[in-house]
Design a protein around this ligand. Structure first.
Ligand code: NI
Ligand code: MN
Length: 228
């Protein structure tokens, strides 16, 4: 069973596992890097790492159209549920067996206010274990933290990390993150969308591959990576 990961630009990702379409941080409207629209995207599940507008994005519109189940922390789920969205609330450190795999919320160092100013709880990362045993760590928006070592101890096959700097880890800290996580494969995201997060991802990839055993996969928005 191959897992297909598609980067839609910024921090918006799609995962296809078996016949399940999982959308992560679905920011299409207003996303200058978006390669598709909230009207056209398929979703059975929507995973939201934190409440910021560039992550909760088009969740409401997509969830209403597709009837997808939204999965996030308890505060964001309460906010979504009040607006008529089907939700499954989890919280940091907690995992649950969903039809697409076992999903655990991990810590992230960031904020999480919702677009209307509501409290969005603590921001999270996502650690997904597919039924094949493959582990994917999606760090979400975060600064570097030493407990990435604990996540690495689980045996990460693919890590998806922000490298944009300014709002999240920049390239230097993302390289340190790779050293702690020791993933087999890495995909950088959350860069080049806006002026303040312009980065040379190819230069970062060369550094990572020179200093770690991880293989970096540079996607263009709209591009996919297959994890066998
Ligand atoms: Ni954010
Ligand atoms: Mn962000």
């Amino acid at each position: 069973m191959t897992i297909k990961l598609t980067w839609y630009g910024h921090a918006t990702l799609g995962l296809e596992i078996d016949h399940h379409h999982i959308l992560i941080d679905p920011y299409f409207s207003g996303n200058p890097a978006a390669t598709t629209t909230a009207q056209d995207i398929e979703a059975d599940f929507i995973l939201i790492t934190h409440g910021h507008g560039d992550h909760i994005g088009d969740t409401l519109a997509i969830a209403k159209r597709t009837r997808a189940l939204a999965i996030s922390n308890a505060e964001i789920c309460t906010w979504l549920k009040a607006k008529g969205v089907k939700t499954h609330a989890q919280h940091i450190g907690g995992g649950y067996n969903h039809p697409f795999g076992y999903l655990k919320l991990t810590m992230a160092l960031h904020g999480s206010a919702l677009p209307d100013g509501s409290y969005g709880g603590n921001p999270a990362g996502l650690l997904l274990t597919a039924k094949t045993g493959r582990k994917i760590y999606l760090a979400g928006d975060t600064g570097l933290f030493g407990d990435m070592r604990l996540i690495g101890e689980e045996g990460v096959d693919l890590a998806v990390l922000p490298i944009g700097d300014n709002y999240t880890m920049g390239p230097a800290d993302a390289l340190r993150a790779v050293k702690m996580l020791q993933p087999k494969h890495v995909i950088p995201i959350h860069f080049n969308t806006f002026e303040v997060i312009q980065q040379d991802a190819a230069a970062w990839a060369r550094q990572v591959e020179a200093q770690t055993t991880a293989q970096v996969h540079l996607l263009q928005p709209g591009g996919s990576y297959l994890l066998a």
